[in-house]
Each structure stands twice: as C-alpha cells, then as structure tokens.
Design a protein around this ligand. Structure first.
Ligand SMILES: O=C(O)CCC(=O)C(=O)O
Ligand SMILES: [Fe+2]
Length: 357
C-alpha cells in the first residue's frame, strides 16, 4: 500500500483510486476466508477509497463505498456523518458534473512515460530480454580472479553497462543483509547541499564499513579486482545496503552529482565515476533497474552485480546513465551499492584521446 499511501497523501487521487480499487477488490474476493486483520484492512481501504472518490467529485461512488463500510462498522460516527453529507449533496444536486481524473504531471518526472514503459515491460523479469552482446570470463590481470574468473555479460556499450553473474554467494548475501538489518533507516537523497527524504526514493538503507565483518572485507577485495579500480577510502564510499518493500522504488536519477554544491563532494575525492550494484535478493515481481535514456531494463538477478560508468572519461556526467529502481510489485528487494569516486582512478581509467569521450 506504500505507493497508494504516497499518492493519497499528496492528493494524487488518479493513482490512489486505482490502487485502492485493486485492494478493495482483492479483499472482497477473499471474503469469508478472513482473519480479523483482513477485515480492518478492508475497512481502511474502503474508507480511503470513499474519500478519494469524494475528492475526485464522484459522490455516488463515495456514498456506496461508505455504506459498504458501515456494513462492517455501523457505529463509526464519522462515516455515518459522511453518508448523510453525501446523500444531501446528491439530493440537492450540488454536484452536477464529474470531471475525468487526469494523471498528475510531475515536474520531477519528465520521463514518466519511458520509465513506466520500461518498468512494465513484459519479460522484464527474464534475462533473455537483455540485448545479449556477449559473455566472457575476466581475470583483469588480478591474481585474485585467476582461480575464479568473473562471469561478465556486456549489457550495453553506450552507456557502458555490464552484469557480473554469481558475483556473491547466497551465504554472503545473507550475511550482508543480516549485518545491515538493525541499521536500516529511511533512505535520503542529495537535495541542494543537504540530504533529505524524498517521495521519489522509497526504501530503507544502511552503510557498512569493511571493518563490520570479514565478509564485507572479502567483498571489497572482489569489487576492486573485478572493476580494476581503487576502492580504498576515500576513493569509494562505504557499502550501502538498500531494502525496498512492496511499492518501494527509486525514480529516475543520476548517481553522480550534477551540481558543484552536492554533499557528494564532501569526501573530497571528486564525483562518483562509477556504480557497482549487487542484487542481494530476488524479487517476486517488478523492481528492475531501468536505464531510461538507454531504453534498457535489467531484471533483478539474485547474486549478480551491475556495473556502469556515471562519468565520461573527460569527467563530465554521462546523461545517458539516467536510471531508476522500478517499483517492487511482489516480495521485497535488496541491493548493495558501491559508489566509486574519481580520485584514485586517474591511472586506472585515464582520459581518452578524444576530449569528448
Ligand atoms: O534499485 C535499483 O535497481 C537501482 C538503485 C539505484 O539506482 C540507487 O540506489 O542509486
Ligand atoms: Fe542509482
């Protein structure tokens, strides 16, 4: 209900009605096989749906839903009063026409159509739908990878996106989630010079230092070997573990700073040159990682890691990396982010011959 909750709270009745209709429909279907908690959920959904319809100008729907509510909870005085109010409004014909609800225009979400299409793409859960550019075993000249090379799948050349299969083991993923669990807090985003909660990022997250557990240390080494980059502080941020519940999402954004004032620069090691994101869990449905400009949707693949460069070789932000974590539709989703900064990588990823690269 989280997505609906945000829509309802922000007065977006176009979306709250769609979600609540679905919820009320499901609760009615399971009528009879209920436990008492389900009943209060049905009442709650009916109550919010009635109010959404009222606000949208559809008084007769608001009235019939409120009557249905009273069937379960006849003594609710507020709803009794609402029923009387709606009846009166209908009798006196105060409300004449119902305007069709429009999908709200979000100023932040200029790419809403592309984003929603990518998130809803059929087969978004199946790897076969990736472009299939080629797979390779990589050792990167690292002794660490000689015995167990990385299984790399190129996903996109521009922007550069690669998927490393079996990057982490089930046991390691469980350890990481367990370590982060007690520290999870509502995620924030950079807003001007500060960090803030935002409706466009709904998840919980926690930071893990490599001193937290030997497994984190092992992972740090593996991440450094596979990327060939220097991840020692302050060249990379701590590991950020993220948990999305039902409806959790991260709308299209850049990982790199787009303003000189961004709090990202507080580490004094430059901008975020690259992202390595590990999928610590599978997901029931939804939750793909969508690259909105690149028309690419990467399904959640448990234990894999996704790598992309956020900056061009010349240090400019790469606008093609605009990406999102699609809403989770069933189950929950865990990822771990490693954000790698520019400093320390000067000789590992030098500028190209063409200054535009
Ligand atoms: O969850 C995802 O798939 C993407 C997450 C992301 O982009 C981020 O945390 O910056
Ligand atoms: Fe991101």
């Amino acid at each position: 209900m989280m997505r609906m909750g945000v829509a309802y709270d922000t007065g977006d009745y176009y979306h709250s009605i769609a979600w609540l209709e679905e919820a009320v429909g499901l609760f009615r279907l399971s009528y009879g096989s209920w436990n008492p908690e389900d009943r209060s959920s049905l009442e709650d959904a009916l109550d919010h749906l009635a109010f959404s319809y009222f606000m949208a100008g559809n008084i007769s729907h608001a009235l019939s839903l409120s009557r249905e509510f009273l069937h379960y909870d006849p003594s609710n005085r507020r709803v009794v009063r609402n029923v009387a109010k709606y009846e009166k409004l209908l009798e006196t014909g105060t409300v004449t026409s119902v305007e069709p609800l429009r999908r709200p225009n979000s100023t932040r979400l200029q790419n809403r159509d592309a984003y929603e299409e990518l998130c809803q793409r059929p087969g978004g859960q199946a790897l076969e739908h990736l472009p299939q550019l080629g797979c390779s075993y990589e050792t990167n000249g690292s002794p660490y990878l000689l015995l167990q090379p990385a299984k790399k799948e190129m996903v996109q050349i521009r922007p550069y996106v690669a998927l490393y299969h079996d990057f982490i083991s089930d046991a390691e993923a469980e350890t990481i989630k367990g370590l982060a669990g007690p520290w999870l807090q509502r995620s924030v985003v950079a807003s001007g010079e500060k960090q803030q909660k935002a409706d466009y990022r709904i998840s919980k997250s926690a930071w893990l230092k490599d001193t937290a557990h030997p497994v984190v240390q092992t992972l740090e080494k593996r991440m450094a070997a596979i990327t060939g980059l220097d991840l020692r502080p302050p060249y990379a941020e701590y590991l950020q573990v993220v948990n999305y519940g039902l409806g959790g999402h991260y709308e299209p954004h850049f990982d790199h700073a787009t303003s000189r004032k961004s709090p990202l620069y507080r580490m004094k090691s430059g901008n975020r040159i690259a992202t390595l994101m590990i999928y610590l869990s599978a997901v029931g449905a939804g939750g793909s990682t969508a690259f909105v400009h690149a028309n690419l949707s990467v399904p959640v693949l448990k234990n894999a890691a996704l790598f992309w460069w956020n900056l061009r070789r010349n240090g400019d932000g790469d606008g093609d990396t605009l990406h999102a974590g699609c809403p989770v539709l069933a189950g929950d989703k865990w990822v771990a982010n490693k954000w790698i900064h520019e400093h320390g990588q000067e000789f590992r990823r030098p500028c190209g011959i063409d200054p535009q690269d």
